[in-house]
Design a protein around this ligand. Sequence first.
Ligand code: FES
Length: 326
Amino acid sequence: MTESAASPIQKIETRLHAITWEAQGIHSFELRRADGGALPAFAAGSHIDLYLGNGMVRSYSLVNPQGETHRYVVGINRDVASRGGSRYVHDNVKVGDKLTISAPRNNFPLAEDAPHSVFIAGGIGITPMYCMMQRMAELRASWQLFYSARTPLHAAYRGGIEALGRSSGQQVVFNYDQVPGGKMLDLKSIVAGVAPTAHLYCCGPLPMLAAFEEACQGRAEGTVHVEYFSAREEAATGGGFNVVMSRSGKTVFVPEGKTILDALLDAGENAPYSCMEGVCGTCETKVISGTPDHRDMILTESERKAGKTMMICCSGSKSGELVLDL
Ligand code: FES
């Protein structure tokens, strides 16, 4: 479960303080509170939502050290294949602009007391990992990084990461898969070489996450951590069930072709949401009765089985009725 199921979203007015080139197509965007005050503290692995002027809401991992409250820094890749959020930020947002953001949420927490941690990043997936490595270095913990990018020019935060590896005496491995003779990271052998008590983290494109999860099969569930940027499964839109809102007592029918969130919004009900594809955790809702059909990328297998909570933007129902804490 994420840290605050169905909690209202806290919005913060910020101003874009700086944009920094980090790699081919990747910029850092530094946000400070518009009124000059302190921002809420966050832990490594957290993300914030950006409410973009075109009505889109997009989640980005915080990359700056977790102790900082004077600024949030997000690294954004101008992804031409994206749904448009990263392109909008790169092409339209300027230093000095005001931006509404959410307070940080953390679906990808760091196990600070792990005897050893292995971070595996692909492309822009480095952003939460860099924040985590800075935290682990601060704790003088044992860790290593495997970071795959297309070429050295595409590897964001390379100088800072190399310096962090050197100053903390930890191993940092860069892999470039689109240089002559370049190969994908051999995740199977990396994972096989890691002690069973170590914690492993992976963030990157879907094929990398799939290969990582396969390589980690058999490891203890709480030691394997994955963060998805986009959905792996289709949303459940089969419909044909009722959602009972336990707080108001209202019932909303979810028709075929709609998600629970769609049906609630169509009925004029309020529900928190952001990504609408099961990756950010904003719409997490407690389940009082009924059997969810989980499609999100956040809950663990045992949390799915427990069925106590669900992401209503993408998950449906296996029972004719779902009673939700709404
Ligand atoms: S709105 Fe992001 S997980 Fe549902």
